[in-house]
Design a binder for this molecule. Sequence first.
Ligand SMILES: *Cc1c(COP(=O)(O)O)cnc(C)c1O
Length: 387
Amino acid sequence: MTDAPFIPYGRQDISEDDIAAVVDVLRSDFLTQGPKVPEFEAAIAAATSAAHAVAVNSATSALHIACLALGLGPGGLLWTVPNTFVATANVGRLCGADVDFVDIRDNDYCMDPAALQAKLASATRKPDIIIPVHFAGQSANMKAIGAIARAHGIKVIEDASHAIGGSYNGTPIGACEFSDIAVFSFHPVKIITSAEGGIATTQNPDLAKKMDLFRSHGVTRDAGLMENQNPEPWEYDQVALGLNYRMTEMQAALGASQTLRLAEFVAHRHKLAKRYDDLLGGLPLITPWQNPDSHSALHLYPILIDTDRTNRTRRQVFDALRAANIGVNVHYIPVHTQPDYQRLGFRRGDFPVSERYYDRAISIPLYFGLDDAKQDRVIEALRAALA
Ligand SMILES: *Cc1c(COP(=O)(O)O)cnc(C)c1O
């Protein structure tokens, strides 16, 4: 063990301005359903070149209302990747639909367009929705995935939980150039935070209106949406079955304040990643590939233990780093291997690229507050673990 201070794999950076923004809300008239949520939505819409942004209390909620807005329900089918957080798949089941997976590519660790094409060619049931995940902040191959989906009449949601501040094919992630809806997470480990929170962006006003309804009970006072043609002044109409997924004003104020530093956050992540790229060269590791079509938001820096060049196991390296007080983590345990998915009939072996990636992966620290000295500690610990 060591006395050296703990270095997490990711963490938030909160400024005095962020704190002041939240305190101002606490002194104001609105803790919820006030002006801050629309302000945060406008900031994210501007940052992503999206026409509409709908803020909710988590990315999980955003994925859920995105599926509902696209009409997913019992009898429906959603496909995503195994290399994601469980929420991406779970939302399909929460809609009453079935879920299946498409394997990843072994360079960007995102949905493999060739595997998608092959699975569609032999599928007896076509999915209604596919959800590619922009793993580690780097866009999936959306040109290819979008073209395949369009040809088959399949809707596309981008799980961009890792990717706010990134771009692809020259446009910001969230502009939905090759998708219907994109979803971002503002959990504290992500690029910017609202403590808990998520946003769905879209260019489609109809989908935005539906998501707005689903986040708040399916209830509206908008004359254009009300079915009651002659409402009393106090009346609202429930026109759909919705939930309470609303974001609070404190969360939105924090998110809006953090958005002002989005470019700075992403630039620092790039500086740190470049340093890792340079200083980890020569070790028996595979460092993350950067797709030239993509400017990653660099949420994660996942390294793979190169088992052809070392007989150290992932577990040995993981344990050595944890013993050095470095909070490494593993992203992701393939979703289909979770007990709750095994009960549905999925088995290890079903998605070999995701499994082989997972078996070797470790996410090493990458966050705004990581400085050169702390990063050097991570590199030295890795060097020692692999020596
Ligand atoms: C974090 C994350 C989610 C869930 O985000 P919450 O805001 O915590 O609900 C979903 N998908 C991916 C890929 C994530 O990383």
